[in-house]
Write a protein that binds this ligand. Structure first.
Ligand code: FE2
Length: 273
């Protein structure tokens, strides 16, 4: 794989708008690392999820995750778990993983008038566990585009694989590749390989930009929590929990060092007085 082989084929597919249709073309998805399904969910379904979410969010029963720019956790809420039984979702995922499709998490990713920051370029692989081929389905609960901080993607960059760490990809690298922000209407779905580089701009319009993100993976992955399609045990219990898989992780070490620094600062500040 070199820069040109990504760029030439990719540019043609993008120029001819091959990434957008009413049903997924899996060959194109494999080439580009993303696909847009138009009108994948009817507007009444979209409105139901959006209103339920906004209602709970405004009543402060749901909150943006601290330290995360856009995430609102909704797991454990039966109201939203209904999405896994939705026939339109089953229709979207049936062409993945030989028809055995599960999920390990789902969430809302939201920007609005108050929380409108840009998100730096990254790939999701370093934040996830399990097999390499996994995808996020971003269901547009609002019209999402370049003006309100819609998802921006770097086509075909998933072909570079896992980059070996999580975090911001250097602009010295990303500037060599082109990027697009698909103009999504309510009910459209952006399907994205988890290794694809992506970012988002500031929400200039300050209107709601809401995606319901469903992360899909092979049903047999050890951390599957939800069955979407394919036979499995009635109750799925993940073999691993991402919160306690490491006894000593990079993140836990950082937290430990920060605590030690705080203690030292406290000690020396007290001694200084
Ligand atoms: Fe991401």
């Amino acid at each position: 794989m070199n820069n040109n082989s990504v760029t030439e084929k990719t540019k043609n597919l993008i120029k001819n708008k091959k990434f957008i249709a009413k049903a997924i073309n899996h060959n194109i998805l494999e080439d580009l690392g993303f696909f847009v399904i138009k009108n994948a969910f009817p507007l009444d379904t979209v409105e139901k999820f959006r209103m339920n979410f906004l209602n709970l969010f405004e009543k402060k029963k749901l909150h943006k995750t601290k330290q995360h720019p856009v995430e609102v956790k909704i797991e454990g809420r039966k109201l939203f778990e209904k999405i896994y039984k939705d026939k339109n979702l089953k229709k979207i995922v049936k062409g993945f993983f030989n028809g055995r499709v599960g999920s390990d998490f789902f969430r809302i990713v939201k920007k609005d008038y108050k929380n409108s920051s840009a998100v730096f370029c990254h790939q999701d692989t370093g934040y996830q566990m399990g097999n390499f081929d996994r995808f996020s389905l971003f269901i547009s609960l609002t019209n999402n585009n370049n003006l309100n901080g819609g998802m921006v993607i770097y086509p075909s960059t998933h072909k570079f694989g896992y980059l070996g760490d999580a975090g911001e990809i250097s602009k010295k690298i990303t500037k060599k590749y082109f990027k697009i922000c698909p103009n999504l209407k309510e009910g459209d779905v952006l399907v994205m390989h988890s290794a694809l580089w992506h970012e988002s701009n500031k929400n200039f319009k300050k209107t709601n930009r809401i995606y319901l993100e469903i992360h899909i993976q092979n049903l047999d992955d050890p951390n599957t929590k939800y069955n979407i399609i394919g036979k499995s045990k009635k109750v799925i219990k993940p073999l691993f929990d991402r919160n306690n898989i490491f006894s000593n992780s990079r993140v836990s070490r950082i937290i430990k060092f920060k605590k030690q620094i705080r203690l030292l600062e406290k000690k020396y500040l007290i001694n200084d007085k």
